[in-house]
Design a binder for this molecule. Structure first.
Ligand SMILES: [Zn+2]
Length: 368
């Protein structure tokens, strides 16, 4: 009688992995892991983050940097080899930190981490406060559980330019064009005196984004005032510069949960002024950025871009005003020569793509 369905296993020549019926074709011996149905000796870790001590490791307090693999790290914890308890670390200022109970220098520990897509990784055992750059145990990680998101395959950088200053049109735009770089301009419409050029730039693939109508701190306004700032800046830019306007940055980085809730109906992302790389799994309404100021050096910014490529993260840079003079007169002004040098390394750093905010958000957004 053929009135019952029986799952036919589909292992074929596969020695390991799913049999297609909820079971397994086999499991691999230690020292090897499953790749495309075959047990391969010399494991390839499903997630291979970069692990390093932060700048302030100490006897009762430890800080680790854990990043990379294109995905945001969600949890990090410390295992003391030979003990059953583990100590969770918490995240802040770009590193994972916490107290590990009275641990002697040189004690053997293992660091564990989980990323935003559910993958786990752990280090080979290493000596507490002695081995500064532990390595991933290639055979002990687990693959991601999310099917809706992909880690970044390459790093990304975005040039964001705020406040619509005149020097953006006269100094920055010719350099952007000569390097073939598309930027995201966070405009304050009443400050914008070069609307026609802004419209042309939008047609060329640059992004016009909103930055309120008056540049007041949104946390100091009433809810109806906040709504006006968001709605009217979007409407004005859509009518006069480009359509659609999807990205927003809050003036002076002043925001809170209520401001983010007000932003969401109008915009698909929000850039803050908080430093840090963005990854798959990062909150697109709290994008981190690095300000480029008069005291910034091209070498320093280029190192930030190289880090983004190495960790497969998304570096957002924020600029304001520009000058062709040899020195910048104010904090928020960058010389043309420094901007030119940063554009050169952005387009020449291996493993790094230049994207607009809209494109970057599409790349890191996780959803069904
Ligand atoms: Zn601004």
């Amino acid at each position: 009688m053929a009135d019952r369905c029986v799952c036919a296993t589909r292992c074929g020549s596969n020695l390991c992995g799913s049999d297609g019926c909820g079971g397994s074709c086999g499991t691999c011996a230690s020292g090897s892991n499953c790749q495309a149905g075959q047990c391969v000796a010399g494991c390839v870790p499903p997630w291979d983050p970069t692990w390093a001590y932060g700048p302030y490791p100490g006897d009762w307090w430890v800080e680790f940097k854990v990043a990379g693999g294109g995905v945001l790290t969600r949890a990090v914890w410390v295992e003391i080899v030979g003990r059953s308890t583990t100590s969770p670390l918490s995240y802040g200022f770009g590193r994972w930190a916490g107290g590990v109970p009275t641990l002697a220098r040189g004690t053997s520990i293992i660091l564990h981490a989980r990323d935003a897509l559910g993958a786990t990784a752990q280090t080979l055992p290493f000596r507490y406060l002695v081995d500064l750059s532990p390595r991933t145990d290639p055979c002990r990680g687990t693959a991601r559980t999310s099917t809706s998101c992909q880690p970044l395959a390459r790093g990304m950088v975005t040039f964001t330019i705020d406040d619509s200053g005149r020097s953006q049109a006269t100094v920055a735009v010719p350099l952007l064009r000569s390097h073939g770089v598309k930027a995201t301009f966070y405009h304050v419409p009443p400050y914008l005196t070069w609307t026609s050029l802004a419209r042309t730039l939008a047609l060329e693939g640059h992004e016009a984004a909103a930055h309120t109508m008056t540049h007041r701190s949104l946390t100091s306004l009433t809810p109806p005032e906040v709504d006006d700032e968001l709605r009217l800046s979007k409407q004005s830019l859509e009518a006069n510069v480009s359509s659609p306007v999807e990205s927003f940055a809050s003036p002076s980085g002043a925001y809170n949960a209520a401001v983010i809730a007000a932003i969401k109906p109008y915009f698909r992302s929000h850039r803050t002024t908080v430093p840090g790389l963005n990854f798959v799994g990062s909150d697109v309404y709290e994008l981190g950025t690095e300000f480029v100021l008069s005291r910034s050096t091209a070498a320093g910014v280029c190192a930030q871009l190289a880090e983004a490529a190495a960790l497969r993260g998304w570096r957002v840079l924020t600029f304001h005003d520009f000058t062709t003079a040899s020195t910048a007169p104010q904090d928020f002004t960058v010389t043309a020569s420094v901007f030119d040098a940063i554009l050169t390394c952005a387009t020449n750093t291996p493993g790094l793509d230049v994207v607009t905010i809209r494109q970057g958000v599409a790349a890191i957004r996780c959803g069904p």
